[in-house]
Design a protein around this ligand. Sequence first.
Ligand SMILES: O=C(CO)[C@H](O)[C@H](O)COP(=O)(O)O
Length: 205
Amino acid sequence: MKLQVALDRVSYDECFDILGQVNTSIDIIEVGTGVIKEYGLSIVRDIKNKYPEKMVLADVKICDAGKSESMKAFEYGADIVTVMSFADMNTIKACMDAAESAGKEVVVDLLNNKTPGILEALESLGITSVSAHIGKDQQKGSIGHDTFFDALKDTSFNIYVAGGINETNLDEYLNLNPSVVIVGSGITKAGDKKSKSELIKKCIS
Ligand SMILES: O=C(CO)[C@H](O)[C@H](O)COP(=O)(O)O
């Protein structure tokens, strides 16, 4: 099981400071949506240049123009891009095709989409990775488990889990047998970020 650290609501310098502390215990670096909005895709390039051995996920949350949006992120060094599950299937397919031609990956973010049949539609399209994601604002209502995601147990997707995860609630997400555990503020807002990421990595190893 891999650990992905999500860099959200932090400055350019803080991204590098955090990575300097946690890089030995994480597998994937997520450049958060807000960070990309503030600094542009060039921060993805700068992070990939500094950590070429790490997979870098650009959380671009694509919802239209799938080919050009994903190709651009790949050009800037992203290894993985995100596309929203509520996007048109043509958009999701375009991201898949772009990823295939670039030798990269795409993850479909299930944030706030409980449309009946969505998982089957994604499977039919050939999507291999999805993110069971409870968003920052949704976390104010409930945290931990969303029963909608239980349906993922009957699928063959590589599952990413995200949404306010830390070492105390991690177990609630592990029942989905995820391939990747995404932790943002549970690491980036911790006092001792290095110890916290090492602890979470140990919990999932
Ligand atoms: O994609 C995101 C927000 O849209 C975050 O990266 C994800 O939710 C993980 O962050 P946190 O652990 O702080 O919830």
